[in-house]
Write a protein that binds this ligand. Sequence first.
Ligand code: AMP
Ligand code: MN
Ligand code: MN
Length: 327
Amino acid sequence: MSNTTFEQIGQVLREHQHFAILSHVRPDGDALGSQLALALSLEQLGKQVRVWNEDGMLEKYSFLPHADLLTKPPATAEDFDVAIALDTAIQNRLGTTVAAVRSAKIWINIDHHLSNPGYGDLVILDPSAPATGEIIFDLIKSQGLPLNHDIAENLYAAISTDTGSFQYPKTSGRTFEIAAELVRDGDLDVGKISQQLYENYPRRRLELLRELLRTMRFTAGDRVATFSLSLKTAAKLGVLPEDNEGLIDHLRAVRGVIVAVFFEELTEGKVRVSMRSKDEAVDVCAICQKFGGGGHSLAAGARIRGSLAEVEEKVLEEIREVVKRGP
Ligand code: AMP
Ligand code: MN
Ligand code: MN
C-alpha cells in the first residue's frame, strides 16, 4: 500500500464539490463498476459527479445500476475540484477523458496494477487487491461513505469480473468477506447478477471464438498458446471490441499451457496484445512492459506497432526466452 491514507482521501472527498471519475480505455467490469460505485456514493453525499470513459458504457455492462451515469467525455472541457482515475495503470490509458478535464485542483489515483508508477497527487496503490472494486469498498467502509443496494451491486460486479468469478490467485478470504458483506447488506441477487454478467453474451461472441480457434497455435513445447483476430475477420463477423473480453481464458484453461496470448489487429497499424500466465515464475507484466504495456504479473497487455505477423513473432520470441528459463 502506498503512502496516501484512506483518511486523507476521505477528507478530500468530503471537502470538495465537483468530481470527475475516470477509468481506462477498453474498460472492463472492474473499471466501470468501481466508477459507478464511487460516483453513486459521492452523489449520496450531495456532490456533483461526472463519470467518463473514452468508450462510454458498454452494451454488456449496461445492466449495472445507474449505468447511464457513465458517458463518453464531452467535447467541451469542464473544471473540477477533484479528478479520480480508477483501475488505470498508466495515465495515457485514460484516453480522451483527460482532455475533458480542463482543470482539477487534485488528482487521485486508485488502482491495483503492479505496473502503476503512482501518477497523481494522492495515490492508493494496492497490487495485492484482486480488483479496484475491493479498494473502493475499503475506502467507502473506512470513511463511512454511503453504501446502498446499487453501490453494492456495482462493487460486486467489479470484484466478480476481475477475480474471474472468485477464481484468480489474488482472491483471498477478505475478498469473500467483502462479497458476503455486499450480498448481505446490499440484498443482492447473486444468481441474477451472474446471469447478466456471464450468461447474456451475444451469439456473435461465440462465432468469434470459432474463428479464433481456427488460428490457434501451440509453441514452446505446448506451454504457450495463442490465437489472433485480424481486422478483416472482425469486420466479417461484425464483432465489437468488448466481445473478445475473456475469450483468452479458453487458451489458459488448457492443461500444460503456462502462457496464453491473444493478438488483435487494431486500425492504427498497431496490435493489441493480451497475455495471461498460470505460473508466478512467468511474469507477463514484465514481458508486456518491454513493449510499453503493463498490467499484473498473471494478466497484462500492450499495444504494439506493426502487422499481426510482425508483432506475433516479436512477442513470441520474448515469451519463449522467459518460458525457457522457467520451471
Ligand atoms: P487485458 O488483456 O486487456 O484484459 O488486460 C490485462 C491487464 O493488463 C489489465 O489489468 C489491463 O489494465 C492491463 N493492460 C492491458 N493493456 C495495457 C497497456 N497497454 N498498458 C498497461 N496496462 C495494460
Ligand atoms: Mn481494468
Ligand atoms: Mn482491475
